[in-house]
Design a protein around this ligand. Structure first.
Ligand code: RP5
Length: 171
């Protein structure tokens, strides 16, 4: 039996997938059940609004929305749900993601969107931020997040040691 999704991962176009995959990778790593959907605020507005307004009733706890250019996906989704919405601005287009960053982050007071960085780092952090929210009510996720950070620390230490070896001949 597959578990019901806790995170809804939305993107405006299939061309966003290579970036949004970073968020999916994190959710998979922390064993969070998620659902991925392509739906656009502009090209498929009715379906986008239905996905947003029905999410809570389906047991979804957090929505991650990635879009590029005039990126209204996260904002429109946030307007139709009281679930926390995490926005990820996509790079690309003539303004290379700055347009999407402004469109996603500059929400009017009343309808918040937690906006991450442009591109892959933002998508990865969106996944981690979702795990952190879920960890508030799931102690095993707190442990997993602490382990994740310790691993990152260790990895850097190893890279640093390799660099010392390369440049000085000893650690
Ligand atoms: C946005 O427009 C999408 O999120 C995508 O980032 C951008 C371009 O879409 P495509 O023309 O590549 O489908 O709605």
């Amino acid at each position: 039996m597959t578990q019901a999704p806790l995170v809804l991962l939305m993107m405006g176009s299939d061309t966003d997938l290579p970036i949004m995959q970073e968020a999916a990778n994190i959710l998979r790593e922390f064993e969070i059940p998620y659902e991925v959907r392509i739906s656009s605020a502009h090209r498929s507005p009715a379906r986008t609004m239905a996905l947003a307004s029905e999410a809570s009733g389906r047991g979804i706890r957090i929505i991650i929305a990635g879009a590029g250019m005039a990126a209204h996906l996260a904002g429109v989704v946030a307007s139709k749900t009281i679930l926390p919405v995490i926005g990820v601005p996509m790079p690309g287009g003539a303004l290379n993601g700055v347009d999407a960053l402004y469109a996603t982050v500059q929400m009017p007071g009343g309808i918040p969107v937690a906006t991450m960085a442009i591109g892959k780092a933002g998508a990865k952090n969106a996944g981690l931020f979702a795990v952190q929210i879920l960890a508030l009510s799931e102690p095993s996720l707190v442990k997993a997040l602490v382990r994740y950070r310790a691993d990152m620390d260790r990895e850097l230490e190893l890279k640093d040691a390799e660099l010392q070896l390369l440049h000085t001949g000893h650690v």
